[in-house]
Design a protein around this ligand. Sequence first.
Ligand code: ATP
Length: 191
Amino acid sequence: MQRLGLFGGSFDPVHLGHLLVAQAAREELSLDRLFFIPAAQSPFKPDQPPAAPLERLRLLRLALAGKTWCELDDQEIRRGGVSYTVDTARDYQRRFPGAQLYYLIGGDHVAQLPKWRDAADLARFVEFVVIPRPGQAETPLPSPFRGPCLKGFPLGVSSSQIRARVKAGRPIDHLVPAAVAEAIRNNGLYL
Ligand code: ATP
């Protein structure tokens, strides 16, 4: 049975926290493939439109270059509007019947899961994998959601922190891959 990881988020921008999560998920869940799925617009950040989709995709491509087990899925961007995980999960169910689907979710989102659109369907389609974030107690999944919790590698980096640092003219080296830092600079993002 194929084991597929689905990693949704704004990725505005992608950072090393995301990449370490990907690596931990691959190892701990023995994933065959892991899909990064950038949202067009998160339902949880309605007042915070992210950087243009093409810019976020460009940064993701740079971050994932050479990682053959990682793939970039732009379906939420192509659909446009507010991105709902259940629509994406349905698509994977249809395209990969019989595969085990793992959806990665930061510990900071777990409490809200029951409020996600079509939560009962979503709980049938995928297992959720809780990603620890430093300084946060382990959050058990509320019923009917199920799935494991990742161990490695909690890193206190967030996209909002990167955006704030760029705006303040502070370096973001070692927080994002070098090619991502360069592209952010060259394209004048987050100023
Ligand atoms: P922002 O700071 O803008 O809210 P973010 O850094 O949380 O963004 P997202 O793109 O929203 O990044 O994150 C996608 C997913 O990755 C979410 O489930 C989030 O909880 C998780 N995540 C982000 N950063 C980390 C990190 N450093 N460690 C573990 N999980 C993370």
